[in-house]
Structure formats: structure tokens, C-alpha cells
Write a protein that binds this ligand. Structure first.
Ligand code: E4P
Length: 220
């Protein structure tokens, strides 16, 4: 399973990359705006740090703007994946871009039917937003399960990025389902490390070790 970081914050990305567990990054207009960064510059910097797929989203909503923005974004780095919203124009743009060899990530996927269309158009990745579905009392992970089944049935090459992750159990559930990728905010990535018994265990081992050393050396 691949883990992407869902952020445009360079400090977070650098830290996670140093841990050696990050395969890529996803951004969106909200995340870039939160950083107050110049979009293209920030995407280039992220690509230098990560050296894996980095999703950068188009902001135009009609076919022509999406395709021309996507072509420009794809020139920023070989790692750029162009994020395209799940609309009829978006799907049409994905078809054109995939024919040109430009990698795409169809975003804002909330149903299996949308996923089928994006995959038919040749999307490299699709991003079902599980957290936002959970937020409105739908089962986000059920969609992921269904999409994985469709991929299994028909052998689509598209990879599923479980997105809009809110907590560690989303990551675990995505892994149990067998989704290709999960993209997680830094806070959730940090939370994945945590277990109180690990801390208690370390404290006990250290205190036993210090007691034993004291006895050996006769020091207090
Ligand atoms: C994914 O690519 C999106 O950037 C992200 O997961 C959206 O998450 P949110 O619902 O927490 O905004």
C-alpha cells in the first residue's frame, strides 16, 4: 500500500519524507491557499522533495481551460499528476490528457458510478472522498470497497487514492480493503504512530535498565 501526504506544507512533507514512508503528495486549492504559497513554485518544490507523484489541481472548470492548465502543470515536473474534478468536462479532459500521456487524478469522487466513468476515460488515479461522505452519514469506505470490486471485475489500470481521510481507522480500513493508496493529512499520519502501551513499554524498559546499571556500577 502506498501512503501519500495530503498537504501543501513543505515542513510537514520534509518530515514525513525523512521518516521514509511517503510515496507521494496530494494538494488541492484549499491546501495551497492555506499556505499562502505561489501555486506553481510550491508544486515544483514539493516535487523536488518527494520524487513521487504530486497532485496539482486545475482551477478552470471548462474542458479547454482544464486541458491547457493541465498541459502547463505537467511541464513543471515529471512527478506532476493533474487533478481534475469529476464533471462531464473533467472526464472529457481526462480522456484527452490520458491519450497525451499526462497523468491525471480525478478528484471529488463520491460514488461508484462516477468512478466507473473516470476509469473509462483513462484516469491514472481516482480519489473517493471518504471523510466528506461520512460527514453526511454515508459510508465512505463502502464506495471504496465497490470501486475495488469494479477494478477487479474489469482490470482497470486506475489506482484508487482513498482521500478526505479524517483519522487512523480510515487508513487501516483502506488497507484492509486493499485500496492502492491512502492520502492522509500530517496530523493523521502522526496519529498512526501512537499507542499508549508503546510509551508505557519504553518507560518501563528504560527504568528497569537504569536500575540494573545503577546496581552494576553501584551509583545512585
Ligand atoms: C484529496 O486529494 C483531497 O485533497 C483531500 O483529501 C480532501 O480532504 P478534506 O475533505 O479533508 O478537505
Amino acid at each position: 500500500m502506498k501512503i501519500f501526504l495530503d498537504t501543501a506544507n513543505l515542513a510537514e512533507i520534509k518530515k514525513a519524507v525523512e521518516w521514509g514512508i511517503i510515496d507521494g503528495v496530494t494538494t488541492n486549492p484549499t491546501l495551497v491557499a492555506r499556505e499562502g504559497a505561489v501555486f506553481e513554485e510550491r508544486i515544483k518544490r514539493i516535487c523536488e522533495v518527494v520524487k513521487g507523484p504530486v497532485s496539482a489541481e486545475v482551477t478552470g472548470l471548462d474542458y479547454d481551460s482544464m486541458v491547457s492548465e493541465a498541459r502547463a502543470l505537467s511541464k513543471l515536473s515529471e512527478h506532476v499528476v493533474v487533478k481534475i474534478p469529476m464533471t462531464p468536462d473533467g472526464v472529457k479532459a481526462v480522456k484527452t490528457l490520458s491519450d497525451e500521456g499526462i497523468k491525471t487524478n480525478v478528484t471529488l469522487v463520491f460514488s461508484t458510478s462516477q468512478a466507473i466513468l473516470a476509469m473509462k476515460a483513462g484516469a491514472t488515479y481516482i480519489s473517493p472522498f471518504v471523510g466528506r461522505l461520512d460527514d453526511i452519514s454515508n459510508d465512505g469506505m463502502k464506495i471504496v470497497q465497490e470501486i475495488m470490486k469494479v477494478i477487479d471485475n474489469y482490470g482497470f489500470k486506475t489506482e484508487v487514492i482513498v482521500a478526505s481521510v479524517r483519522h487512523p481507522m480510515h487508513v487501516v480500513q483502506a488497507a484492509l480493503i486493499g485500496a492502492h493508496i491512502v492520502t492522509t493529512p500530517f496530523k493523521t499520519l502522526e496519529a498512526l504512530f501512537k499507542h499508549p502501551l508503546t510509551n508505557i513499554g519504553i518507560e518501563r524498559f528504560m527504568s528497569d535498565w537504569h536500575e540494573y546499571r545503577k546496581k552494576l556500577t553501584g551509583e545512585n
